[in-house]
Design a protein around this ligand. Structure first.
Ligand SMILES: [Zn+2]
Length: 255
């Protein structure tokens, strides 16, 4: 009796797992802007909606928008220049660039669909316009690379497999452990892809791509033992990143 029950549970577990595997297969698509295959479970307009919905809360968490309209105009100009001179312009995303008042957190980030933020703490550390282009270009890379949407779809998949695992056997913990690792690995790849796209956009817009390396140096210097900037937290080590940025400059400089 007992072993029959166990077999039944295993079958259900396998069926659930197969469902999520097939679902994931049907969600695989090629990103038309990067050429990379990825798992995506939402349309571009949903990404835009999520970004717009979360933007006010994001701003609030960082002391709201910075009051200096000249600084904000500079951020807008550099961001729009990057978008208008690159493939980013051909995407359905609505790019908006926000300078946040936060004087302490050295940070920049992107919400899905095109809402992009830089804190004044990071802004004030930058030495020139090219470095600002480096930061914004990297964030545009996250949007166009659809990294948030991809993480959401991948975590749905791993949660599904964990459910299957916990029904079929006591393997749920193991499977979700693998899932978490996968998410972190994706995080590192996301950063490298965004760095590369950032370099590409900088070149197209006439900025000096070597200043992306300057940004890395600033982040490296800012990261004390207790202060790890977002742009560096889940990230490959900075020297490895700089090496990849140099490769990207070589790859794109004559295109
Ligand atoms: Zn990043």
């Amino acid at each position: 009796m007992r072993s029959k029950n166990l077999k039944f549970r295993l079958l259900i577990g396998v069926a659930i797992a197969l469902f999520f595997v097939f679902k994931r297969c049907s969600q695989r698509e090629e990103n038309p802007y990067t050429g990379r295959m990825q798992t995506i479970s939402m349309a571009a307009d949903e990404e835009i909606a999520i970004g717009l919905q979360s933007a006010p809360q994001m701003a609030q968490q960082h002391g709201g928008l910075h009051p200096n309209t000249q600084y904000q105009a500079l951020v807008d100009n550099v961001g729009n220049k990057l978008v208008n001179n690159s493939i980013a312009r051909q995407t359905p995303y609505k790019y908006e660039f926000h300078l946040l008042a936060d004087p302490n957190t050295i940070n920049a980030f992107a919400l899905p669909g095109g809402q992009i933020f830089i804190t004044h703490a990071l802004f004030s550390k930058l030495e020139n316009e090219d470095q600002l282009a480096g930061v914004l270009g990297h964030e545009i890379g996250h949007v166009l690379g659809r990294h948030s949407a991809e993480r959401i779809a991948e975590s749905e998949y791993w949660q599904g497999l964990a459910t299957a695992g916990s029904v079929g056997a006591d393997m749920g913990g193991l499977v979700s452990g693998i899932g978490q690792n996968t998410l972190l690995t994706n995080g590192r790849d996301d950063e490298l892809e965004s760095d590369e796209l950032g370099v590409k956009f900088m070149l197209k817009a006439g900025y000096n791509p070597r200043e992306m390396i300057g940004v890395m140096e600033i982040l490296k210097a800012a990261a004390g033992p207790n202060r790890v900037p977002e742009m560096q937290s889940t990230h490959p080590d900075p020297d490895n990143r700089i090496e990849k940025i140099e490769e990207a400059i070589e790859k794109y400089k004559n295109q």
